[in-house]
Ligand binder design. Structure first.
Ligand SMILES: Cc1cc2nc3c(=O)[nH]c(=O)nc-3n(C[C@H](O)[C@H](O)[C@H](O)COP(=O)(O)O)c2cc1C
Length: 316
């Protein structure tokens, strides 16, 4: 361990194949779908401490999302079936992008589609608008068509990422699904098709069930959707350890991040940065609080940079 000079947590995600990189002033990011388009969190979080925010998944057209109950709280987690409600790419470009730019908020645009052509068009628009980083959601379990279909078949994923890569010159992140028996071929496909980075994991298909006995009869409720929160962390740790066996591009961890130890655990399996998701709903300032806590820890324990901390955890 080196003696402390400063306590910077700057980090650069870099694709060693092509040199594409994305600079973050902190490895703490806010995950798609749990942070809106950032402006909703103004005053609740210290944006100066965040590496970036990831927008809600954006599709070509506006989507109203699913009807009915969309959120089900379960032990140590949350099941959601939002169904990709979003404002669509045009409103994002016209209304939200100027706010993000004006407030100087580093962001990653998360995109989702039903067809290859949707993703092609979205990546073209992102490129035209000089959006620095794109996260491709091929892992949403809550929509009827597309999205997850691309994320579970290595050949299809390769074709999709290749097409996006041809259109989009910025930093390209592919967000993988845990709803598979083997995530390695998917990670390999994403990398060989030109992804600069992988983020993992999206939510896990799950069924929330509640049964009450009232007025002499059983009342049942079923909510099928994607599971997130503390209960998915061990699954994500496993998935990331698998992904790291087959790729050299950086990996951003998601899944049940609540405290400093969660960050250390993810670093120990090879994560390069972190996205905080469900925890934002309970503690809106958690991502920036964690960035501060990470800096404090590093200063107290003599780590001069995040890279050094990562090496110590990985080799220690
Ligand atoms: C309510 C909700 C909405 C989400 N919407 C999206 C989305 O639009 N696009 C996406 O890629 N992931 C979406 N996610 C998945 C999260 O970004 C994240 O991958 C997942 O929740 C795991 O992290 P966590 O355990 O910290 O929440 C959503 C998650 C939740 C809980």
């Amino acid at each position: 361990m080196m003696s402390n000079t400063s306590n910077t947590i700057n980090t650069i995600l870099k694709n060693p194949h092509n040199g594409n990189s994305f600079e973050l002033k902190s490895p703490l990011l806010c995950a798609s779908g749990t942070f809106g388009y950032a402006d909703e969190y103004e005053g609740l979080v210290d944006f100066n401490e965040l590496g970036a925010i990831v927008t809600k998944g954006i599709t070509l057209e506006k989507r109203p999302g699913n009807a009915g109950e969309r959120i089900f709280e379960c032990d140590f987690g949350l099941i959601n079936r939002i169904g990709l409600e979003n404002i669509g790419i045009n409103d994002f470009i016209n209304e939200k992008l100027p706010i993000l730019k004006q407030k100087n908020i580093n962001f990653i645009l998360n995109i989702a589609g039903s067809t290859l052509e949707d993703y092609e068009k979205l990546s073209y628009i992102a490129n035209e608008n000089d959006i620095k980083a794109l996260e491709v959601n091929v892992s949403c379990p809550n929509v009827k068509h597309g999205c997850l279909e691309f994320g579970l078949k290595p050949d299809l994923l390769f074709e999709l990422v290749k097409k996006i890569r041809a259109n989009y010159k910025g930093f390209l992140i592919v967000k993988l699904s845990p709803n598979t028996t083997d995530i390695k071929p998917l990670a390999q496909s994403a990398q060989s098709a030109g992804a600069d980075c992988i983020s993992a994991i999206n939510t896990i298909r799950a069924l929330g069930v509640k049964v009450n006995f009232e007025n002499n009869k059983f009342n049942k409720k079923f909510v099928q959707g994607g599971l997130s929160g503390a209960c998915i962390k061990p699954i994500s740790l496993y998935m990331i350890s698998q992904i790291k066996q087959v790729v050299v591009i950086p990996v951003i961890a998601l899944g049940g991040i609540y405290n400093l130890n969660d960050l250390f655990e993810y670093i120990s399996v090879g994560a390069d940065a972190f996205q905080v998701g469900t925890a934002n709903f309970l503690y809106p300032s958690i991502a920036s609080d964690l960035a501060k806590a990470l800096k404090d820890f590093m200063m107290k324990n003599g780590f001069s940079c995040f890279e050094e901390l990562k090496k110590e955890i990985l080799n220690g």
